[in-house]
Every structure is written in C-alpha cells, then in structure tokens.
Design a protein around this ligand. Structure first.
Ligand code: PMP
Length: 283
C-alpha cells in the first residue's frame, strides 16, 4: 500500500512518525474516515467541515486547505487502485517534548492518510442484521470531537465479541448514546424514526445527517431525542449508520429480538436510497 505521511507518498513500510508525536503520547489528534464507492469520495465536504470543527475545538491548526486535502485523497485512491473502501485521515498536534501543556504554536501538525479496501455495498449484515449488547458509556464528555482516543469503544467492541454478538450500544442514564463506531436509531410502533439529538454526548455523524435528510424527504416522521434501552427492545426496527457501514439493520439487543428478527423495511429502504445518492454525489 502507498500511504501519505507529512507531505510524502511512500510505501506503508517506509512511513515514519516520531515517538514524541502527541497523537502517540496523548491521543492529541483527530481523524476522519471517508467512504469510497467506484473510486469516488462520499460526502467529502461533510467530512472536511467536521474535521475543521474538531480541530477548532482542540485549538489544532488546519494541516492544509480543503482543496489540497481533496487532492491527497484522490491521489491515494489512484495510487492504490482503490475502488471501494475507506480513506483514513489523521491530524495530530505533532512532535514535541512530552508535556501536558500544548507545545508552541509553530509545532507542525502531523498529517497521515491511508486507504483500506473493503466491500461496502455488499455487506452480509445488510441481509442478516446486526446483534448488539448494551454497555455503559464510559467515554469522556466531548464525544462530538472526533479524537483518536478510541480505547473505550475498542473495549466495548471486545465485550460484544466476548458475548458472541456484533457490536455494543453504549448507554448513559438509561438511554442509548450510540454504537461503538456508529450512530444508533429506532423506529417506534407508529413508524417514527428516533435518534439522539446533536450535542456533546455523541459524534455528529456525517452519514446521520444525510440519512435524516433522506428520511424526512421520503416522508418519514423523525424525532431527535434520546431513547431508552427498553424502548429499543420493543421497537419495530433498529439500525445504525456510519461512513463505512452506511445503514445496517439491528435485529437483536441484549438477547431481545427486534420486530420479527429480520432487517426492517425502513432500514433496508434507507440503505438503498443512501447508496443511490452516495453514488450520484461522490466526488
Ligand atoms: N459515532 C461514533 C462514536 C463513531 O465513531 C462514528 C464513526 N466514526 C459514527 C458515530 C458515525 O459517523 P460517520 O457517519 O461520520 O461515520
């Protein structure tokens, strides 16, 4: 694989980042994962807008302008013949003597990108649905900033694996915040789509934004409010969204079957229209 590190494209085995990089020592950095379909980037400008917001919240310098970052993304797709998968981009505060205080403003941020080939359109889980368990949400209180401190979500996913299921839904004050790496939704008995509102409690998903717009355009009632685990267990449908999974149905929560145990109609339709639109608007 050809990767990008601080201004150069090189083989992954030759890419080097300092051991003093604050991303490594303090998880002092942010990232974005952009989906790729037919060699094109899905909602690139959405990911860039969120990146700028994450950087601003942490007083991190922008590593390059949007057009330059787009060009790097496109070159990586080309150099790796990437047809379908993801591009990972990470910006950290760069290398400096280890100190809790941020280093001087002229410290150069580190910028790293790599591709990951994956089948996004044809996912077995789209037909079978995901099974999830709930775990307490023990992450920090600024989940709206897309930082690289992913240890707790990683532990939550390991817990799900130990319990023989696909993913974990994290719970705070009785309500579902989100999945380990995705936003969470239910459809109630009346057909209303329910998902948590945007604040510091969850990541502001780029896919979430698109899917909520598509849901409203297709006439669905949408309510942005927290929902309880009990509500989720008696929901008609449940599903998740993310840049790499698009929309995937959830068919079991803590051993309770959702609906008839098969992917819901609404989740399935939203997945189709999301992919249609992604293909039409990718750049
Ligand atoms: N929530 C969390 C905690 C995530 O890690 C992700 C994916 N990175 C999402 C939601 C989904 O966001 P997006 O649709 O932008 O991929």
């Amino acid at each position: 694989r050809t990767v990008y590190v601080n201004g150069v494209f090189c083989p992954e085995t030759e890419a080097v980042v300092s051991i003093f990089d604050r991303g490594f020592l303090f998880a002092d950095g942010v990232y974005e994962v952009t989906g790729v379909l037919d060699g094109k980037l899905i909602d690139f400008s959405g990911h860039m807008a969120r990146l700028r917001r994450s950087l601003a919240e942490l007083e991190l310098r922008e590593p390059a302008q949007e057009d330059k970052l787009l060009s790097i993304h496109r070159q990586l797709v080309e150099k790796n013949d990437l047809v379908e998968g993801m591009i990972y981009m990470q910006v950290t505060r760069g290398a400096a003597d280890r100190d809790f205080l941020f280093p001087a403003d002229d410290t150069k941020p580190s910028l790293v990108l790599f591709t990951q080939s994956a089948s996004l359109r044809d996912k077995p889980a789209a037909k079978t649905g995901l099974r999830v368990v709930t775990v307490p949400d023990l992450r920090w209180a600024r989940r709206d900033i897309k930082t690289v401190q992913l240890l707790y979500p990683s532990m939550a996913k390991m817990e799900a694996k130990r319990r023989g299921v696909d993913d974990a839904w994290m719970v705070e004050d009785g309500c579902v915040t989100e999945g380990s790496s995705n936003n969470a939704y239910i459809v109630d008995a009346g057909g209303t789509l329910i998902t948590r509102p945007l604040n510091h409690a969850i990541l502001h998903g780029i896919t979430r934004k698109a899917v909520l717009r598509l849901a409203a355009e297709s006439g669905l009632a949408v309510e942005e409010r927290p929902f309880t685990v009990e509500e989720a267990k008696v929901a008609r449908e449940a599903f998740i969204t993310s840049a790499s999974s698009f929309v995937l149905p959830v068919v079991e929560i803590d051993g309770t079957t959702i609906g008839d145990g098969r992917p819901g109609e609404i989740a399935t339709r939203l997945r189709e229209i999301y992919i249609d639109e992604a293909l039409k608007t990718a750049v």
